[in-house]
Design a protein around this ligand. Structure first.
Ligand SMILES: [Zn+2]
Ligand SMILES: [Zn+2]
Ligand SMILES: [Zn+2]
Ligand SMILES: [Zn+2]
Length: 243
């Protein structure tokens, strides 16, 4: 049965109410394994009084039934009196029960521990004293902690990879920039070959003399007579120094 009784400062949920009309007993259980902790049976002090009232009530009803009239009225009166007495006894029973429960829970508290996470009560086998939690909760918390650490580690690695990737991209851009600069320099040098060194006119590809001023756009090797690019310092055919 589920209850709202307070155990210590916490609510205990799992217990059986084994009380009967003449006494009180409660059975608390470990939420996990169900191991029971039964309180000792405590007799109600009001039982004797209540039994007497019930007998009186029965006698009154009997009298009323037997004689009617005056005796019946008397019977009703006694009956009402015993009803009232029974109500009182009932209240006292509830008070006694509450007190018995509190005494029982105080003893159960020595055997059961409260989990600070799920709020239930557990026997020593199912409770992790160090964690202050039931073993299931302690394991879940430990797992969550492991997950958190793993996530942090993953994030750190991703960040490292991102930085590494940025470095690679920057290096790639730098190389492309160098390549373009080199190509531009080569193109400029190539273009320079077609400019007449004397008058600055542009001489089309393959032409040996400037069409504007007649300057030679090639160097003829003095040794083998091969035609060399005018930028060459040595003959590409024989290796002789060019002028
Ligand atoms: Zn247990
Ligand atoms: Zn728990
Ligand atoms: Zn020229
Ligand atoms: Zn030569």
């Amino acid at each position: 049965m589920k209850g709202g009784y307070i155990m210590g400062e916490f609510v205990i949920e799992s217990y059986d109410d084994l009380c009967d009309e003449s006494g009180f007993q409660f059975e608390f259980r470990c939420e996990k394994c169900g191991r029971p902790f039964k309180s000792e049976y405590v007799k109600s002090r009001n039982v004797a009084a209540r039994n007497k009232n019930e007998k009186l009530g029965n006698a009154a009803a009997f009298l009323g039934g037997l004689f009617g009239g005056k005796a019946g009225e008397l019977g009703d009166l006694i009956d009402r009196g015993s009803d009232f007495a029974n109500e009182m006894a009932g209240d006292r029973y509830e008070q006694e029960k509450q007190a018995a429960f509190e005494a029982a829970e105080a003893i159960a508290e020595k055997s059961l521990s409260h989990c600070s996470r799920c709020g239930c009560w557990f026997c020593s086998d199912c409770y992790d004293k160090k964690a202050g939690m039931c073993k299931d909760c302690a394991e879940e918390v430990a797992q969550e902690e492991r997950d958190r650490r793993q996530e942090a580690e993953d994030r750190r690695r991703e960040e490292e990879e991102r930085i590494e990737e940025e470095k690679r991209e920057a290096e790639e851009r730098r190389r492309e920039e160098e390549e373009r600069a080199r190509e531009e320099a080569e193109a400029a040098a190539e273009e320079q070959k077609h400019i007449c060194p004397k008058c600055g006119a542009r001489v089309p590809d393959g032409m040996r003399f400037c069409g504007n001023c007649g300057t030679a756009m090639i160097k003829v090797c003095p040794k083998c007579g091969a035609e060399n690019d005018r930028m060459n310092n040595f003959c590409q055919e024989c290796g002789a120094k060019l002028k």
